[in-house]
Design a protein around this ligand. Structure first.
Ligand code: ADP
Length: 257
């Protein structure tokens, strides 16, 4: 299921340098640098409004940064200060798939139709092959029997798991998760985090924005704490959570833990 062999290369799968983004005169990102190696999980934490979602959206070109360079393996390099060609931004998007806070499933389509829409329409995969793949992926997240259900017939946790399958079906190199459990009732959070942990264990490369610090601690290879559009502190989860160096990190963790 994994698209990457974590031992194949030590080159980052994706790196971002000097990312800047303003909305009007509000500078939301003020120079973000990060990189993620194949098979690794990067977790972004930080207060609401610190710019985490904008980082994710900038990585896959849903948001066009004012400046910054995004580099992916196989030679894609997008320099936003230099008015990059749209085809390069689309090539970046092609390598990623995002799971959103709200699942964004099409309400008038069944689970199966939702999942095969991207592969068939965007990737040009045959309906037969896309369906076979979707059925297999649904089985892996325990939702095989829901293939013909409509989104309104799913629990929030099931809908998010379908959202994850929809992302996987695009065969991205990099999975982006934008607070995928924050809109769920507490009792449904665990089933979604369990699927994400399984993906991490399988070697998927992931960038995850989350407030689930226990998950971050267990699954992240690196944790980045953001505040005010900058990365205040980064490190192994053990270090960030048990011995944060920066006062802002300490304050945030005291509030949230
Ligand atoms: P986080 O994910 O850490 O909560 P966001 O990246 O969503 O932070 O947002 C950072 C800031 O940028 C917030 O103040 C938000 O209101 C603002 N922002 C995000 N998207 C837009 C937009 N499209 N237009 C104007 N302001 C935005």
């Amino acid at each position: 299921m994994s698209p990457t062999d974590p031992h194949a290369t030590t080159e980052p799968l994706l790196s971002v340098t000097g990312l800047h983004k303003a909305f009007g005169d509000h500078e939301v990102l003020r120079g973000i640098d990060l990189s993620v190696d194949p098979g690794k999980v990067l977790v972004l934490i930080g207060p609401s409004g610190s710019g985490k979602t904008t980082v994710l959206r900038s990585i896959n070109g849903l948001e066009i940064p004012d400046a910054g360079v995004v580099t992916a393996t196989d030679g894609i390099r997008v320099d936003y200060a230099a008015n990059p060609p749209r085809k390069d931004i689309l090539a970046l998007r092609d390598r990623t798939a995002m799971v959103f806070q709200h699942n964004n499933l099409f309400p008038h389509m069944t689970v199966l139709e939702n999942i095969i829409e991207g592969p068939v329409q965007v990737k040009g995969i045959s309906k037969k092959d896309a369906t076979a793949d979707a059925v297999e992926l649904l089985g892996r997240v325990g939702l095989a029997e829901k293939r013909d259900a409509y989104p309104f017939q799913l629990s929030g946790g099931q809908a998010q798991r379908v959202g994850i399958v929809r992302a996987l079906a695009l065969k991205p190199q990099l999975l982006l998760f934008d607070e995928p459990t924050s809109a769920l009732d507490p009792e449904l959070v665990g089933e979604v985090l369990a699927v994400m942990k399984e993906l991490a264990d399988e070697g998927w490369t992931m960038v995850v924005v989350t407030h689930e610090l226990a998950f971050a601690r267990q699954v992240a290879d690196e944790v980045l704490f953001m505040d005010g559009g900058v990365i205040v502190e980064r490190g192994a989860p053990r270090d960030i959570f048990t011995a944060p160096k920066q006062e802002r990190t300490k304050q945030f963790l005291r509030r949230i833990l």
